[in-house]
Design a protein around this ligand. Structure first.
Ligand code: NAD
Ligand code: UFG
Length: 342
């Protein structure tokens, strides 16, 4: 019998790519999403790639009663991957209560139902934002957490604490918390990808939308940082590589391979690239010259961060397989297909 995996936020960017990888490994996939930041048509993309159908229920995880009702029916779920959250750093600054309510209430509801139905296994979407600007690079999982620069970042730190306290109170709960660095790119089929609503905040969708003629010009936020070319450095990880780490994590949980009841892993490539490196890679794979200009710094940006991924490499036996150019090409192919550009 195939294991039943609940993917919250499964029609979203990372959730949809993870649903594909799970279905391809013959897991039975149950998606819940309230569709506040994704579209139901994503399910068609998932089905076209995998020739399989995930179960879908429209559910707002902050709705306590609706969530209880869901778990009353689906009490036999084997493991949960919890992606559902709001994720815009900017928006969280102007609407902090929306972020605290959505991201924390949904986690609390989920954990309550896991305890109630004795569902033991959870993978949680955390973020490298919990490190702020690390004192030492590459940053490993032991690095001290810094005061978050946004309410969004704070929800990730608080969520990790909620999870730790809940594990301490339970004799069966096991959690893998994955700290993602910068996920980019799309599935090679270009049938699913990143679809930000409105004007993108993130670098890569802004690049592809500029090249597609939807935005006039990319603004590069600052070239006077203390980095080789003066622009900020990040660890950009391919979304399919990232999705595969979730499958490995689920396998570790359901096969009882955990060393501790809470395990935390950085998920990145281990390489830092500057904003100008990303633009170069895009121009190379697309054959297009990108219209960009250097402007002032964006407030809240850390100067440079990239991951020490040795723990994930060794303990999860996982590593990234796709390089920056391949990933930028996948992002461009997705944008072109979505916009009908040939
Ligand atoms: P996304 O917005 O594409 O997907 C999140 C999904 O959750 C959306 O489909 C949204 O409709 C759904 N959702 C939000 N609140 C919900 C609720 N209360 N009930 C049910 N569904 C709800 O985002 P993503 O990029 O796929 O991110 C997934 C997770 O990874 C999030 O927790 C995010 O914070 C985390 N993360 C993302 C990044 C990144 O750069 N994309 C980096 C680090 C961590
Ligand atoms: N950048 C630009 N111009 C743009 C957009 C971004 O120059 O139009 C630069 C930023 O200044 C930064 C780099 O590109 O130097 C990457 O910026 P992103 O907005 O793509 O990513 P961030 O590293 O700022 O943040 C991302 C997610 C957050 C998450 C964080 C850490 O958006 O949700 O990674 O995980 F918290």
């Amino acid at each position: 019998m195939s294991k039943k995996i609940l993917v919250t936020g499964g029609t979203g960017y990372i959730g949809s790519h993870t649903a594909v990888e799970l279905l391809q490994k013959d897991y039975e996939v149950f998606i819940v999403d309230n569709l506040c930041n994704s579209h139901i048509s994503v399910l068609t993309g998932i089905e076209k790639i995998t020739k399989k159908k995930p179960h879908f229920t429209k559910l707002d995880l902050t709705d306590k009663h609706a969530t209880e009702k869901y778990f009353h029916v689906h009490h036999d779920i084997d493991a949960i991957i919890h992606f559902a959250a709001l994720k815009s750093v900017n928006e969280s600054v102007s609407k902090p209560l929306l972020y605290y309510k959505n991201n924390l209430e949904s986690l609390v509801n989920l954990l309550n139902n896991m305890l109630d139905k004795e569902i033991p296994s959870l993978v949680f979407s955390s973020s490298c934002t919990v490190y702020g600007q690390p004192d030492r690079l590459p940053v490993n999982e032991e690095a001290p957490l810094k005061k978050p620069s946004s309410p969004y970042g704070n929800t990730k730190q608080i969520s990790e604490e909620i999870i730790r306290d809940t594990i301490n109170s339970s004799d069966f709960l096991k959690v893998i918390s994955l700290r993602y660095f910068n996920p980019i790119g799309s599935h090679p089929s270009a049938l699913i990808g990143e679809l930000p609503l409105g004007v993108p905040n993130n670098l890569v969708p802004f690049i592809t939308q500029t090249a597609a003629g939807i935005r006039d010009q990319l603004k590069v936020f600052g070239d006077n940082y203390n980095t080789p070319d003066g622009t900020c450095i990040r660890d950009y990880i391919n979304v399919v590589d990232l999705a595969k780490a979730h499958v490995v994590s689920v396998e570790r949980l359901v096969n009882n391979k955990m060393n501790e009841s809470l395990e935390i892993f950085n998920l990145g490539t281990g390489n830092g690239y500057s904003v100008l490196d990303v633009i170069d890679a895009f121009e190379k794979v697309s054959g297009k010259k990108l219209n960009y200009t250097i402007v002032g710094r964006r407030s809240g940006d850390v100067e440079q961060v990239w991951a020490d991924v040795s723990k994930a490499n060794e303990v999860l036996d996982w590593k990234t397989e796709r390089n920056l150019e391949e990933t930028m090409l996948s992002a461009w192919n997705w944008e072109k297909k979505y916009r009908g550009i040939h």
